[in-house]
Design a protein around this ligand. Sequence first.
Ligand code: AMP
Length: 214
Amino acid sequence: MNIVFLGPPGAGKGTYAKELVKMLGIPHISTGDMFREAVASGSELGKKVEEILKKGELVPDDLTISIVKERLAKEDCEKGFILDGFPRTVDQAKALDEILKMLNKKLEYAIYFEVSEDVVVQRITNRRVCKNCGKIYNLITLPPKVDGKCDVCGGELYQREDDKEEVVKRRYRVYMENTYPVIEYYQKQNKLFTVDGSSGVDSVIKEVLNIIRG
Ligand code: AMP
């Protein structure tokens, strides 16, 4: 099952993907996570993208497309994948079609999580992530049991550099300018399914399962 998740930062793509991959047995591929890991490891790629991520701008297409191409060719994608955060431009969407063609696969579902800017800002500025296991919390809707500590592993919770309010607003604007045309691209291919991303996690997941299980 080959799926892409679309939606502005804060639509909950990462949260939904993490739950769904457990049920579906396919990998969750987040280009944002890949870039953050590269920055944390201090690799060549990390050095190239660090400033771009801090500002909430987009990493150049050629760089982004090449890491996705490499990742999708791995064996664990045999049965499918959930791509989260890619494609973010029409050129990336076209490149994805090419990559999948080369791999003898095709995209089945483009699921768009629709949320307003107000909801996005409220959600993201309250988002905290576990430094150790990556679990995502929200100080209002999904707070940890103990302040600042992960419920699962006890790791320290932190706020992403690009989750501060002014960066969030820029990321939303960047998304609208660059990524909205991607939604239209998939609409034309009859692959687009829109889900209200502002309802609760359980109901969103149920809706996604209904879509992919037909
Ligand atoms: P995310 O976690 O998906 O919000 O991504 C965090 C940051 O990584 C974005 O603000 C971009 O700087 C970068 N990024 C992630 N995915 C892409 C992509 N498909 N194209 C360009 N930049 C990306």
